[in-house]
Design a protein around this ligand. Structure first.
Ligand code: PLP
Length: 485
């Protein structure tokens, strides 16, 4: 494809994407395909000679669309949102089209410097403590996911503890030639609430670390005393606590760990405190939600996903450190090919993450922050919270249902009142086969409940009413059926 053809084709794709969003209400969020639907629609091997553009273009509707789950549908209420906006799509098109790549300053000064600026802007929007801003020891970096942020901060904290232990135990640091002292290593233990995202469990698996899941209280929060007790039990056993992840906005019910209590406990135990606010973190740009982040003053790292609730597409996860040098110590390696004049005074993101390469994600975020402005982003978050509250009112007014958790953000947890977990699971299955709305469910403290999340950026009250009517209709049919039996 030459550049003239690109001009024409790319416009066709842009028109298609715009049209898709214009007509999104007409598509049911859940696809109607069976497992393996796609393979018979395409040849068994890649074409020997180039395919025609028009054939490819037509295959979007024929092959892709039937199996697309419409995360950007107003009636998609599953999981948590995945961000999208035309602002970010423009930025990402630019990122892909320019084909540049900045794992160190010299490999693309604009990529490194824009990321530093954008992360500082975002830190100021969240009023993070000034230590997290660039300039001093702190600073931000865009990662792919919250999962990756948890893993890199855990690996950093592990190195911090191994280095500390080497004072008394000989070389137990990251020396790949010497190896790591197996005794110290095998005694390390990390903490999070039993409500933490599964990525915490996986980070522990990848790091070969023991996880102590602290039992959450009746509000599904990890408290300071519960964490302190868990640490005391482990220390008694001879284990070495080194890392704690607090969750602000759990995946199940959007519960908030008690950060103000947890921070001092971590300080006292001398362990790393990481905060995972993957979804709810975006709300901290609104002053009325910012108190939920109080206690961040003592955290070592903080992460949230603009790719969830800040109008930016996957992947874009914002991670800040109080002291980035700890990560550099754990991650950096020197190699002549990558050396350059300013390497000791600039930021090289490759020394702070798992991949060597670093995507120019800052571009799409820059477009979003500029095209919406702080006011626009606050209004967007508030609108979603308002719509969730409207949905909560509808559920609360129908005595066949109950709202199971406090509604603080864009999530409403609810279930059929006085019905078994099994019947509620059947209810979700009926909704999914109906395909007009899409919800997910979970179980917490032995109670199964459905989760209704406001996801689409342009959702209106009428969309919420539409979804509610479908939910009611399916519930009525199900409850009548069970009565007959
Ligand atoms: C969604 C979610 C994650 C996982 O996010 P990824 O970016 O996909 O890794 C982690 N923690 C919480 C609380 C989440 O809600």
């Amino acid at each position: 494809m030459d550049s003239d053809e690109f001009r024409q084709r790319a416009k066709q794709i842009v028109d298609y994407v715009a049209g898709y969003h214009d007509t999104i209400r007409q598509r049911r969020p859940v696809p109607d395909v069976t497992l393996g639907y796609l393979k018979p629609l395409v040849p068994a091997a890649a074409p020997e000679d180039p395919d025609k553009w028009n054939d490819i273009f037509e295959d979007i509707e024929r092959v892709i669309m039937p199996g697309l789950t419409h995360w950007q549908s107003p009636y998609f209420h599953g999981y948590y949102p995945v961000g999208q906006s035309f602002a970010e799509t423009c930025g990402d098109l630019l990122c892909n089209g320019l084909g540049s790549f900045g794992f160190s300053w010299i490999t693309c000064p604009a990529a490194t410097e824009l990321e530093i600026v954008v992360m500082d802007w975002l830190a100021k929007m969240l009023t993070l403590p000034s230590e997290f801003l660039s300039g001093g020891k702190g600073g931000g970096i865009l990662q792919s996911t919250a999962s990756e942020s948890t893993l890199v901060t855990m690996l950093t904290a592990r190195n911090v503890m191994l280095t500390r232990m080497s004072a008394t135990h000989g070389p137990v640091g990251r020396d790949v030639k010497e190896g790591i002292d197996g005794d110290v290593f095998s005694r390390l233990v990390a903490y999070s609430s039993d409500q933490a995202h599964l990525s915490m469990q996986r980070a522990c698996m990848f790091s070969a670390i023991r996880l102590h899941a602290v039992e959450s209280d009746d509000k599904e929060r990890m408290t300071g005393p519960a964490l302190a007790k868990a640490i005391a039990i482990d220390v008694e056993k001879g284990l070495i606590p080194f890392y704690c992840m607090a969750t602000l906005g759990t995946t199940a019910s959007c519960a908030f760990d008690d950060l103000k209590e947890i921070g001092p406990v971590c300080k006292k135990a001398g362990i790393w405190l990481h905060i995972d606010a993957a979804y709810a973190g975006s709300s901290f740009i609104c002053p009325e939600f910012r108190p939920l982040l109080d206690g961040v003053e003592v955290a070592d790292s903080f992460n949230f996903n603009p790719h969830k609730w800040l109008l930016t597409s996957f992947d874009c996860s914002a991670l800040w450190y109080r002291d980035s040098s700890k990560t550099i110590e754990a991650f950096s390696v020197k190699e002549v090919m990558f050396s350059y004049e300013h390497e000791d005074t600039t930021i090289d993101f490759s020394h702070r993450e798992i991949p060597f390469g670093h995507r120019f994600r800052a571009l799409k975020l820059w477009f979003v922050l500029r095209l919406y402005g702080v006011n626009g982003l606050q209004a967007y978050v508030r609108k979603h919270v308002y719509l969730a509250q409207e949905f909560e009112k509808l559920v609360a007014a129908d005595d066949r249902f109950e709202v199971t958790h406090p509604v603080t953000h864009g999530l409403v947890c609810f279930r059929l009142r006085q019905c078994s977990n099994d019947l509620n699971a059947l209810f979700l299955a009926k909704l999914t086969t109906d395909r007009r709305v899409y919800l997910t469910a979970t179980t917490s403290k032995d109670v199964y409940f459905l989760r209704f999340v406001v996801c689409w950026r342009k959702t209106e009250k009428s969309d919420i009413l539409y979804s509610w009517n479908v939910i009611r209709e399916v519930a009525t049919a199900l409850l009548e059926d069970t009565k007959k039996q």
